[in-house]
Design a protein around this ligand. Sequence first.
Ligand code: FAD
Length: 316
Amino acid sequence: MKVTDHLKNAENPLFSFEILPPLKGKSIQSIFDGIDPLMDFDPKFINVTYHREEYIYKERDQGLLEKIAIRKRPGTVGICAAIMNKYQVDAVPHLICGGFSKEETENALIDLQFLGIDNVLALRGDSIKTESSFKPHPKGHQYAVELIDQISEMNMGKYLIEDIKLEPTDFCIGAAGYPEKHFEAMNLSTDLEFLKKKVEAGAEYIVTQMFFDNQKFFNFVDACRAAGIEVPIIPGLKPIKSMNHISFLPKFFHIDYPEVLSKELLKCKSNADVEQLGIEWGIEQSKELKEFGVPCIHYYTMSNSSSVKAIAKEIF
Ligand code: FAD
């Protein structure tokens, strides 16, 4: 079932969460171990992130360097199929532009359609470590809007090789939004302009980057509505969990902690202190978002579901 249908049918805000494929070498059981504790809260969909290949250079004869692609994690398509099969819950694969030619994107979408997976979160992806800024695949997409265009075309039966008549796909497409603005955007209003283009291209709902200040989310929703973006906006929440997160989350995700939270974080002496604070903060944020009337709250587990479970117990 499509994410948008789940949202339409919901009487109360829904619970959903995101998982990361494990590092290579682990089995599908490691995914199930992360999902099992959260199944009591009746998630309507589970997102599975996609991670690009990285490259290393190996020295060969005569001083030559060979560029070798390293795949760190198993693929998202197979994981989504396994989740849907085991839990009968919809899985939402993340599909990114980075590293994909249009043909590879089409092939991934054909596999998803074949497996009965009718949801996709369409993203650009970030630059890889060896690049200073995002470089699209030479035969791929520069921005998420182009990927959304490609999926929308397939939804109309238009594949890359036009003279072959094929069945249209029927994907429900989600897109990313940034209450604190995407870090490359010139300002929030250009970011919203491009977000609107993603909706016009076919994105039917938006999932936000994590944020810790609900007011920023409320302002973002207002700004989206004022800009004519009418689709459902799902807030994304991440419980802070360790001392390392205190600086890692703002650095990696380009978000700020509100002052009240930062003061409390400075008092933490251990991972356990941060984890407890993260849970309490997540509960308060979730309560307020529910009151605001969000259609769903989406939690980032980042491979660890215990804090999300503690929050969900109080909220759902
Ligand atoms: P875009 O919408 O393409 O925007 C990227 C930047 O370009 C923005 O600054 C935007 O303002 C600007 N822009 C957009 N269109 C244009 C245009 N036509 N001309 C000029 N500027 C333009 N990354 C992963 O690698 N894997 C994942 O699984 C993953 N999951 C995510 C899930 C969520 C909910 C979110 C919020 C992010 C996720 N990301 C993931 C990170 C995401 O890929 C990065 O934030 C990336 O830098 C931007 O992706 P986007 O889809 O928002 O890009």
